[in-house]
Design a protein around this ligand. Structure first.
Ligand SMILES: [Zn+2]
Ligand SMILES: [Zn+2]
Length: 339
């Protein structure tokens, strides 16, 4: 099925070589394969992982590459095996494909698939006017969100949600290190669930601390501070290894520290006494489709309100810089011009 108005070429922000800025380019509109959907991109979120890919910190990106893995768009064409209505709204996340046959997929842990594809990394993503994706890995988007406000749910929200669930059910006092896009979403879910949230920001970042307090955090402070009480769990969203050790020292016996990032600086060594008494130090990787369904059902119930800064597509480099410097409160989203 095809919508007749699809042009032959489109604008995209392209990573030609790692270590370079993205370049505004005119490239062919991709054609959907049998299991794929072609969407006209309404909005695409920017993620710290995009910075890691640009900087060459993740191996073997599919250059030249269109980044972007938090895509909201409308289906304009579909492959023969796809049951998505033309015109319907589709969310495209980081997990673009799995083999479905490896031991991890068979155990329901497709996030750990040994032969995955990732949107905006091993296959082209959504920093463009159009994008294709395997329809089996896409999600319907709740009506209450417009494109720009839905986009951050697709990585910041999903990874935040998986990190939050990894903390377990026995959590009353929850620490969050790094109060960016993921934290601002998961903080609302945690408060909704009756948790006390302790938000740790860059030391002296009063704007981020006010932002966290406004979203219901019980306590806010710098990442060099200790909370007034020991935490049951802590989530680390900033890519700084030393924070894992700080967080570990601030969790109570039996507590857990979970990193939500795909890349992090080295974790310094620490005394075994900090891990002793059944403390856990772990990470989450990627997402499963169950995570997506769960979050997109839960978000309108909470309701999660995403805070977004909208940039035109051609300002992708600026948007990424704002995210990394901490200037952006909440999430940064690119909105391409309609053709
Ligand atoms: Zn991401
Ligand atoms: Zn697999």
């Amino acid at each position: 099925m095809t919508d007749r108005r699809i042009p032959e070429s489109m604008q995209a922000m392209v990573l030609e070589r790692t270590g370079r800025d993205l370049v505004l380019s005119e490239v062919p509109v991709p054609e959907p394969g049998p299991t794929q959907v072609l969407v006209e991109v309404g909005a695409c979120g920017v993620c710290r992982t995009d910075r890691h890919i640009i900087d060459g910190e993740l191996p073997d990106p599919a250059l030249p590459l269109i980044l972007g893995h938090q895509i909201v768009g409308r289906a304009v064409a579909t492959g023969s095996a796809v049951d998505v209505a033309i015109g319907s709204r589709v969310g495209i996340p980081w997990l673009g494909h799995t083999d479905g046959t490896c031991r991890h997929c068979l155990r329901g842990r497709e996030n750990l698939c040994v032969a995955p594809e990732f949107t905006g990394y091993t296959v082209d993503g959504g920093f463009a006017q159009y994008a294709v994706a395997d329809a089996r890995f896409c999600f319907p988007i709740p009506d209450v969100y417009d494109d720009a406000h839905a986009a951050p749910l697709l990585c910041a929200g999903l990874i935040g949600y998986r990190t939050y669930r990894k903390c377990g059910d026995e959590v009353d006092r929850l620490g969050i290190y790094g109060f960016g896009a993921a934290a601002h979403i998961v903080c609302q879910i945690a408060v909704h669930d009756g948790k006390e949230v302790f938000a740790f920001t860059r030391p002296g970042d009063s704007a981020a601390q006010e932002f966290a307090a406004g979203l219901g955090a019980t306590w806010v402070g710098g990442s060099d501070e200790s909370p007034p009480e020991k935490l049951d769990a802590a989530m680390v969203f900033a890519p700084a290894g030393p924070l894992m050790v700080s967080a570990l020292r601030n969790v109570d016996r039996g507590g857990i520290v979970v990193s939500g990032g795909i890349h992090m600086s080295d974790i310094p060594s620490f005394p075994y006494a900090d891990l002793w008494e059944e403390r856990t130090l772990t990470s989450v990787a990627n997402l499963t489709r169950d995570d997506g369904v769960g979050l997109l059902e839960l978000a309108p119930e909470v309701p999660v309100r995403t805070s977004v800064e909208v940039y035109p597509l051609e300002d992708a480099n600026l948007a990424i810089a704002g995210l990394v410097s901490g200037e952006t409160q909440g999430a940064a989203v690119l909105v391409p011009q309609r053709r």
